[in-house]
Design a protein around this ligand. Structure first.
Ligand code: GTP
Ligand code: MG
Length: 489
């Protein structure tokens, strides 16, 4: 009797704590927003601009909660995951705003919690909810997502596919050194650390060369070979595909060692990453550098499309897929966003968006994927240019004006990183099809459609009182509305 009474009061106290905690807003609802994209796609800039605009009450007319004045406050709070590096928001904003330089490359996962206090739009909700939403923003390399298919592949499958891809004409020259080395090694020889390392380094060098090459080739797994994070040099990363594998590997052989490490990579790197991060996401934005791909031509567009297909496949693995079991939550909204639209005149923004829509539609159709809303946007998280016109003879040309980065070149002129310049960027094609038509590229070998120059981040305007205004953007508000707007209704 006495003991059950204690149990009862304990439970009652916990229940009471929960209630008062809720009343104090301690248990505010949260939303996990994943931000990804291949390296240099614009993840760090996007997160910095999003947070800066919310904290400083930026101009966000398409973000309904802000426009109608229902956001009381947005502030940074301690993140829920102690073992994940914090997104260094203050450093990135200082770079953008004070120094007018783009933030450094980040190359690993990081997290930031932004809490929004708001007034609900409906009287009913106002009565029952605390009007507080915590958004946990998770920035992670898209390259790591491309590892997911490895979970279903044996070392022999992985080796065979790697060989096939390396032998393709587009890659054969880049993979030559590694192929040469791999073919000279007997998998049945005794396991040897230095041989394993030489093979792994040579294979990683080939993957990096694909990435750096101007053919803008899509990324091949293992993703950590390109973006090792804090795992550089660890045994789980010191393996490579092998040729001439024997069916029955000998214990103590090089093949046995490589196979064990490949399995360790899956168990200790790929799986935990998915379980701890991807499967807990509610919403996702995939940033793409469509401008760079457009400039490189249809083959690069096809490659970008392939990468987006693979990335989308990771978020909603169809039923029956072995990874579906890993998911604890369901991503219900995905935004595919082309950043850096500020390198075009606004007349081309809708064209860029149409191109991204086509790309996303094709990727969705091909991915093993269902059940999430996918939208697209052409945006600039940070707008580095203004618009204007320039008279040339009898024509008036629409131009964009900004400070080109030091060393950028156009028409033989090299910029010093200080002077403002007006540039006629050219228009994107009106029709979408040719952009994806690979046969056209070989036929014409034409000039890039757009001339694009990279600009420095903008100079922020100050009010009469000396207050710095928030970072200017293009359609960041539209992205926000799609990603979190409904949760602030
Ligand atoms: N004009 C313009 N350039 C941008 C914008 N966002 C990103 N960039 C450019 O793209 C580069 C990469 O942006 P980041 O945000 O660092 O990209 P990331 O995806 O975090 O890159 P990693 O950390 O290397 O994976 C920047 O250095 C800028 O030059 C934008 O909104 N407008
Ligand atoms: Mg980054």
């Amino acid at each position: 009797m006495a003991s059950s009474l204690t149990t009862f009061t304990d439970e009652a106290r916990i229940a009471l704590d929960t209630l008062s905690g809720r009343a104090a807003g301690l248990f505010s609802p949260s939303l996990r927003l994943g931000v990804t994209g291949l390296s240099r796609a614009g993840k760090t800039v996007f997160i910095s601009a999003l947070v800066h605009n919310l904290i400083h009450g930026g101009r966000l007319p398409l973000f309904e909660a802000q426009k109608s004045g229902r956001i009381a406050r947005a502030s940074l709070e301690e993140q829920p995951d102690d073992a994940v590096p914090r997104f260094q928001y203050e450093d990135h904003v200082a770079a953008l705003v004070d120094d007018r330089v783009w933030p450094d490359s980040t190359r690993a996962i990081s997290e930031l919690r932004l809490t929004i206090e708001y007034e609900s739009a409906s009287g009913w909700n106002r009565l029952f909810s605390a009007g507080k939403l915590s958004i946990d923003i998770v920035d992670y390399p898209g390259e790591w997502l491309l590892d997911l298919p490895l979970l279903g592949k044996s070392f022999a499958d992985f080796s065979r596919e790697a060989m096939e891809l390396a032998a393709l004409p587009v890659r054969s020259d880049l993979s030559q050194a590694w192929q040469g080395l791999a073919s000279s090694i007997d998998p049945d020889a005794d396991a040897d650390e230095m041989t394993a390392r030489r093979l792994a380094e040579s294979f990683a060098a080939y993957l990096k060369a694909c990435k750096l090459d101007e053919r803008a080739l899509s990324t091949l797994p293992p993703g950590r070979f390109l973006m090792p994070g804090d795992l550089e040099g660890s045994p789980a990363l010191t393996f490579a595909p092998m040729m001439k594998l024997s069916e029955r590997r000998r214990p103590g052989s090089l093949q046995a060692m490589m196979e064990r490490r490949y399995e360790a990579y899956k168990t200790h790197v790929v799986k935990p990453f998915f379980r701890e991060h991807i499967t807990r996401l509610d919403r996702q934005i995939v940033l793409i550098d469509a401008m760079q791909a457009l400039n490189a031509g249809p083959a690069a567009m096809a490659d970008l499309e392939r990468a987006v297909t693979e990335i989308l496949s990771c978020f909603r693995p169809g039923r029956g897929n072995f990874v579906a079991d890993l998911f604890s939550r369901r991503i219900d909204r995905i935004l595919v966003a082309a950043t850096k639209a500020d390198q075009l005149h606004h007349e081309s923004h809708d064209r860029l968006q149409a191109i991204v829509r086509r790309l996303a539609d094709r990727a969705v159709a091909r991915a093993n994927f269902s059940g999430a809303d996918v939208d697209v946007v052409a945006m600039a998280a940070v707008r580095s240019t203004r618009e204007g016109t320039v008279k040339q003879g009898r024509d008036t040309l629409p131009v964009i004006i900004g400070t080109p980065l030091k060393g950028e070149k156009i028409n033989g002129e090299t910029f010093d990183g200080k002077a403002e310049t007006a540039i006629f960027p050219g228009d994107l094609p009106e029709k979408v099809d040719p952009v994806f038509d690979v046969s056209r590229q070989q036929a014409e070998n034409n000039e890039p459609a757009i001339r694009f120059v990279r600009f420095r981040p903008p100079k922020l305007e100050r009010t009469a009182e000396g207050v710095t205004l928030s970072l200017p953007h293009i359609r960041l508000d539209r992205a926000l509305q799609f990603l979190i707007g409904d949760r602030l209704a």
